[in-house]
Design a binder for this molecule. Structure first.
Ligand code: ZN
Length: 129
């Protein structure tokens, strides 16, 4: 079973989904993992109902960090903003489907952190209005 998940991670790494930049987006967040050199930028565009209309990520780094970003874009497209806010690290681990060793936790959760940073920026900007 674990092999299937590994295969899936490698597929996402080699052929990432929704990779690129959005010129028009509602919020973006970035994450950097110094220990591994991973970098992720997450761009999210919400529609008028605060549903994810489009999402792209950009970055580079190890297979786990890039695959988790690719999978996360697939996961959140069409979700409501409130649903994105309630995602947990456990959701990311479930999505990856393999045991993440202590040393790779930062890699696995980098896209989640980048997304969350964007979520917080968006909420701050809403409060200012
Ligand atoms: Zn990494």
């Amino acid at each position: 079973m674990e092999e299937l998940y590994k295969e899936n991670i490698l597929n996402h790494y080699r052929n990432p989904h929704n990779k690129g930049e959005l010129l028009s987006f509602t919020f973006m967040g970035e994450g950097k993992n110094a220990s591994c050199g991973d970098e992720i930028f997450f761009y999210v565009k919400l529609d008028n109902d605060e549903k994810v209309e489009d999402v792209k990520f950009f970055g580079n780094g190890c297979a786990i960090s890039q695959a988790s970003a690719s999978m996360l874009t697939d996961k959140i497209i069409g979700l409501e903003f409130s649903q994105i806010k309630s995602l947990t690290p456990g959701d990311i681990y479930n999505m990856l489907g393999i045991k993440i060793s202590q040393g790779r936790v930062n890699c696995a959760l980098l896209s989640y952190e980048a997304l969350n940073r964007g979520v917080k920026n968006f909420e701050l900007s809403k409060n200012e209005k």
